[in-house]
Write a protein that binds this ligand. Structure first.
Ligand code: F6P
Length: 327
C-alpha cells in the first residue's frame, strides 16, 4: 500500500524560467486541497542539503503567478551530486518531516530527484526551462515567455539595423539545443537561422540567403544563432563580414531571456503541471515527471524520461529553410 503523503517539499533548481512561480503556487494550493502541508525549499538542492526552507500556506503564494523568476530562488549544487551531499539532503527531508518532494527544473533537477527516490523519498518533477529541451515533454515552462522576450528585443534591433542598413547577428539561449533559436527565427522572419543540431554549411545556410535577400532588395539582415553553435554568434558575424563586407553587429541576448512576467501560456501550463504533480503524489505515485504531449498532461517514469532524446522539430526546420530560400 502507498504511504500516505502528509507533507511535501517544493524546490526550483537550475536556470530559472518565467512561470516557475505559477507552478509553486499550484503545488501549494493543490497540496492544501488534498489536505497536504507544503514546505518551500530555498536555493534548490543546495538549500535542501543545508536545511534552507520556508513554510508555505495559501496566502504566501498569493499574487506570485504574474512574477518572473522564482520566489524560492534557484541554485546549482556540486555537493548534492556526491553521496555525502545526498545523505545530508535526505537527513533534511527527515528533519522537516517531508514525505515527498516536487522539483521544478530541467534534466539536472530530475536526476537529483531520482537520487532521492533511490533513498526512499517520493518524488515528482515538473519541466521548467526556457530551453524546451526536456525529451518527454513537448513543452517546458518558460519557453513561450522567453520566445516573446527574444522577439521584442529583435524587433528593436531591426529598427536600428534598418536605419543603418546593417546585418544583425543575434545569439539566443538554449544550452546545447536549438529549439528556442529556431522558433524565434521563424517568428521574427530571420534571414537565416543557425542551430547546433545541423552542421552549418556557411555558403548554403548563411551566405546564400543573405545574397538572395540582397538581390531581392533587402538592405538589412537578421541572423539568429543558437548559443550551442560552435564559436557562437561572434564567429558567425566574422564569417559574414569577411564574405560580404556587410556592416555587421553581434548581440548576445543572454539572461534577459530568462526574465519577465510569464505569458498566459506559461502561467497556465505551470498551473496544470503543478496541480498534476500533487495529484500524482496524493494518489501514491512516485518517481514521475509531469509532461505535456499535444493537448494532454501525462507522466513518465523519471529514469525513462532521462533516457529519452528530443530532436529539433523537423517540420519547423523545413519551414524555416523554405521561407529563407534555402533549397
Ligand atoms: O537552461 C537555461 C539556460 O538559460 C540555458 O539556456 C543557458 O545555457 C544556461 O541556462 C545559462 O546558465 P547560467 O544561468 O548558469 O549562466
Amino acid at each position: 500500500m502507498a504511504t500516505e503523503i502528509k507533507t511535501i517539499g517544493v524546490l526550483t533548481s537550475g536556470g530559472d524560467a518565467p512561470g516557475m512561480n505559477a507552478a509553486i503556487r499550484a503545488v501549494v494550493r493543490a497540496a492544501l486541497y488534498y489536505g497536504i502541508d507544503c514546505i518551500g525549499i530555498r536555493r534548490g538542492y543546495h538549500g535542501l542539503l543545508n536545511g534552507d526552507f520556508t513554510r508555505l500556506n495559501f496566502e504566501s503564494v498569493s499574487d506570485i503567478s504574474r512574477r518572473g523568476g522564482t520566489m524560492l530562488y534557484s541554485a546549482r549544487s556540486e555537493e548534492f551530486k556526491t553521496p555525502a551531499g545526498q545523505e545530508r539532503a535526505v537527513a533534511t527531508c527527515k528533519m522537516l518531516g517531508l514525505d515527498a518532494l516536487v522539483g521544478i527544473g530541467g534534466d539536472g533537477t530530475f536526476s537529483g530527484l531520482l537520487c532521492l527516490a533511490k533513498r526512499g523519498l517520493s518524488v515528482v518533477g515538473i519541466p521548467g526551462t526556457i530551453d524546451n529541451d526536456i525529451a518527454c515533454s513537448s513543452y517546458t515552462i518558460g519557453y513561450d515567455t522567453a520566445c516573446n522576450t527574444a522577439l521584442e528585443s529583435i524587433d528593436k534591433l531591426r529598427d536600428t539595423m534598418q536605419s543603418h542598413e546593417r546585418c544583425s547577428v543575434v545569439e539566443v539561449m538554449g544550452h546545447r539545443a536549438g529549439h528556442l533559436a529556431l522558433t524565434v527565427g521563424v517568428a521574427c522572419g530571420a534571414t537565416a537561422v543557425i542551430v547546433p543540431e545541423h552542421p552549418v554549411d556557411y555558403e548554403a545556410d548563411l551566405l546564400e540567403p543573405i545574397r538572395r535577400a540582397r538581390l531581392a532588395g533587402r538592405t538589412h539582415f537578421m541572423i539568429i544563432v543558437a548559443e550551442g553553435v560552435e564559436g557562437g554568434a561572434y564567429s558567425i558575424g566574422k564569417v559574414i563580414e569577411e564574405a560580404t563586407a556587410l556592416d555587421t553587429r553581434v548581440t548576445v541576448l543572454g539572461h534577459i531571456q530568462r526574465g519577465g512576467s510569464p505569458s498566459s501560456r506559461d502561467r497556465i501550463t505551470a498551473t496544470y503541471m503543478g496541480y498534476e504533480a500533487v495529484r500524482l503524489l496524493a494518489e501514491g505515485k512516485t518517481c514521475r515527471v509531469v509532461a505535456l504531449q499535444g493537448e494532454n498532461y501525462v507522466d513518465y517514469d523519471i529514469t525513462e524520461a532521462l533516457q529519452m532524446t528530443k530532436s529539433l522539430d523537423q517540420h519547423t526546420y523545413e519551414v524555416m529553410r523554405a521561407l529563407t530560400g534555402v533549397h
